[in-house]
Design a protein around this ligand. Structure first.
Ligand code: GRF
Length: 203
């Protein structure tokens, strides 16, 4: 399966997916990395791994629609089977998602539906959570609300700051995303017609 990964920053999740895809039995390959930030650290990490990179800076386009149209045109040429958002900090419009509905995954650094949006670790700490974690989900038109594919849990420890918690969650993000991509790429799971995750292999 052909995968395009979207990043805006360091791209550690993209690296984790690229490392997973490097395994000979992995049912997917990353054919390109797309970023909205020319300074995204993940671009160099992708290039080091021989992965093509494309930058679409928002301010180079007159509107969100034109920005997305440019990205969609690049995707048409890349013809991905799967899009993985990995630290991509921009909301995709319904028009963008529609042609790829059921084939876009995202990783969010909280146990959705808790803490959608930003600053998830600080919010978890402020709420007195004793566990935290990440969620891989299918991307639908709403923000951080698509069908859940995988979740991983970590403990919140005494003295945790948002940075220490973020670091602990990031390690399980990498494992969780790679496993979710494998299961989606090999057809074990998919987004069902009812908008829920359907798993083949058992009813
Ligand atoms: C991660 O916490 C990810 O969950 C969030 O962005 C952060 C940075 O991700 N979406 P990465 O290192 O750029 O993959």
């Amino acid at each position: 399966k052909r995968v395009v990964v979207f990043i805006s920053g360091g791209g550690s999740n993209m690296v984790a997916l690229a490392d997973a895809c490097a395994a000979p039995d992995f049912p997917a390959e990353i054919v390109a990395v797309i970023s909205d930030k020319p300074t995204a650290g993940g671009l160099a990490k992708a290039a080091e791994r021989g992965i093509a990179t494309h930058v679409f800076e928002r301010r180079a386009y007159g509107s969100k629609g034109e920005h997305e149209a440019a990205i969609l045109a690049a995707l048409a040429a890349l013809s991905p089977d799967i899009i993985c958002l990995a630290g991509y900090m921009r909301l995709l419009s319904a028009d963008f998602i529609r042609p790829y509905e059921g084939r876009i995954l995202n990783i969010h650094p909280s146990l959705l539906p808790l803490f959608p949006g930003l600053h998830t670790h600080q919010r978890a700490l402020d709420a007195g959570m004793m566990v935290a974690g990440c969620t891989v989900h299918f991307v639908t038109e709403g923000m951080d609300e698509g069908p859940i594919v995988a979740q991983s849990v970590v403990p919140v420890l005494p003295g945790d700051t948002s940075d220490s918690l973020a670091a602990r969650v990031l390690t399980v993000e990498h494992r969780s995303y790679a496993q979710a991509l494998r299961l989606f790429a090999d057809g074990t799971l998919r987004m069902g017609a009812d908008g829920r995750v359907a798993r083949t292999g058992f009813a």
